[in-house]
Design a protein around this ligand. Structure first.
Ligand code: ACO
Length: 452
């Protein structure tokens, strides 16, 4: 199969959000800490009416419906998530209810679980299958979803929730390149969920940031090295049209672009190129990569240097992250959606991107994607952007909930996390049409859903 990539794509975010300005007041932190310091505007959240199965079902059903997908044409269904409820029973098996109804049960694939990275692992599985000898000519679907919640405290404003569903196959408008994936994986206790009786993670905030920047540093350098093997003229960010990141909060991404990407390009440039491309930055000639993550001078200088590069290549990808928060495994793909809808198909044709996926624990990969040049894929691209525009416009139809009410709803979720039997109390009225919701958990902890 050739030109394997994303044929169609859909996104789901919750119909309720809390405003970060309101949250700053409620949490009694300095005005501007969440909105300017973290760069966040709004945070989507789910009441006890939704869980990981329902948000994934909602995204999957939307993708199937909007693209008239015949489920017998799907040979693989992959799920990426870090939200676990039935431990041994995968989310994928729940999603099979839609397929089994049509008698379509010959479907490979299962869940990939890791903080924020599971979606990328699932995507790679799907791409690899279509490119492999076991491929049978059918398409694959990847669903990545999470409900990202933190306990009360400084991490809470960096939560979020949502799901993405992607149809994967050959002759795609969004094509993934082969041979230039660069990964960095190692062990770290920066963020993990050892308490199975609680939805919240254990998180060491400062350590997560160091781990994220260090992973980016390693992936980006290896990625550039691999790219130079393919194209000796590859000049890092300058050779890319867009650079998309997993987005825990928007400010971290802007700093990452400056501190890691541009600083690495600076260190990697020949002395001549350095003088030309990076005027006025020679005082950093002898600085070391790993020692600069929290260096304010480097940050300031490279934030200024990278401002216009950021505006052009990265900022358009932050729209959903700023308005929904960290969706965890779908975060990077929400970035892709944001970028795509910020441009017209004409502006996108032939463009190439680098994507950085990061998951605590830790797992990370940088990989590349380009946008098709041929006409048949071009019309698929047009359809894809139109459909995503419809979805993203629903951001404005959401209901704003006061921080006090949000906190109460989170307390209900936390208190009943392991209650059975259980009937959720969250509003059904507030949900978007087409949303799956939890009706009841019975004595055996079996969950029943309906669709609005
Ligand atoms: N006005 C403007 N800016 C302010 C204000 C204010 N009143 N008050 C603080 N700030 C700035 C700070 O200077 C800081 O900016 P800086 O990074 O440039 O120094 C920023 O706001 C955040 O303030 P901190 O005091 O550093 O925030 P805190 O330590 O309380 O929490 C953190 C931030 C660690 C990100 C926390 O929200 C967290 O733990 N989140 C979850 C983990 C996370 O998202 N990690 C990222 C990568 S891993 C992942 O994806 C899960």
């Amino acid at each position: 199969a050739e030109n394997v990539g994303i044929l169609a794509m859909e996104l789901y975010f919750p119909s309720q959000y809390v405003d970060q300005v309101d949250l700053e007041k409620f949490d009694e932190v300095g005005t501007g800490k969440y909105t300017i310091g973290l760069g966040q505007s709004k945070m989507g959240f789910c009441s006890d009416r939704e869980d990981i199965n329902s948000v994934c079902l909602t995204a999957l059903h939307r993708l199937i419906e909007r693209n008239n997908i015949n489920l017998h044409d799907i040979g693989r269904l992959e799920v990426g998530t870090e939200t676990i409820i039935d431990k041994s029973k995968s989310v994928k098996t729940f999603l099979m209810t839609l397929f089994a109804k049509e008698g379509a049960t010959d479907v490979e694939g299962i869940d990939s679980t890791n903080a924020c990275y599971g979606g990328t692992a699932a995507l790679f599985n799907a791409i690899n299958w279509v490119e492999s000898s076991s491929w049978d000519g059918r398409k694959a679907i990847v669903v990545a979803g999470d409900i990202g919640l933190y306990g009360k405290g400084p991490a809470r404003p960096t939560g979020g929730a949502g799901a993405v569903a992607m149809l994967i196959g050959p002759d795609a408008p969004l094509i993934f390149d082969c041979g230039v994936r660069a990964s960095y994986m190692t062990h770290a206790y920066d963020f993990y969920k050892p308490d199975l009786a609680c939805e919240f993670p254990y998180v060491d905030g400062k350590l997560t940031i160091t781990c994220y920047l260090n992973a980016l540093d390693n992936c980006y350098n290896l990625f550039c090295k691999k790219m130079r093997n393919v194209d000796s003229n590859f000049k890092g960010l300058l050779s890319l049209d867009g650079m998309l990141f997993h987005t825990p909060y928007c400010k971290l991404v802007q700093k990452s672009l400056a501190r890691v990407v541009c600083f690495n390009d600076f260190l990697n440039a020949s002395p001549n190129d350095r003088k030309q491309q990076f005027p006025g930055l020679s005082q950093f000639d002898n600085y070391k990569r790993e020692e600069t993550y929290f260096d304010r001078d480097v940050e300031k200088a490279f934030m200024t240097y990278s401002q216009s590069l950021f505006e052009e290549k990265t900022k358009p990808s932050l729209h959903i992250a700023r308005n929904v928060g960290n969706m965890y495994t779908p975060s990077l793909y929400g970035g892709l959606v944001s970028y795509l809808i910020s441009k017209s198909p004409d502006q996108l044709i032939g463009k190439n991107f680098a994507l950085f996926s990061y998951g605590s624990g830790l797992a990370s990969t940088m990989f590349s994607m380009k946008i098709c040049k041929n006409m048949s894929a071009g019309s698929k691209l047009e359809r894809l952007i139109k459909s995503l525009n419809n979805t993203v416009s629903m951001l404005d139809e959401r209901q704003c909930v006061q921080a006090t009410v949000f906190t109460d709803l989170m307390d209900v979720r936390a208190k009943n996390y392991q209650t059975a039997p259980y009937e959720p109390s969250g509003s059904i009225d507030v949900l978007f049409p087409g949303t799956y919701y939890l009706v009841r958990i019975d004595e055996q902890r079996r969950r029943r859903y309906e669709r609005k």
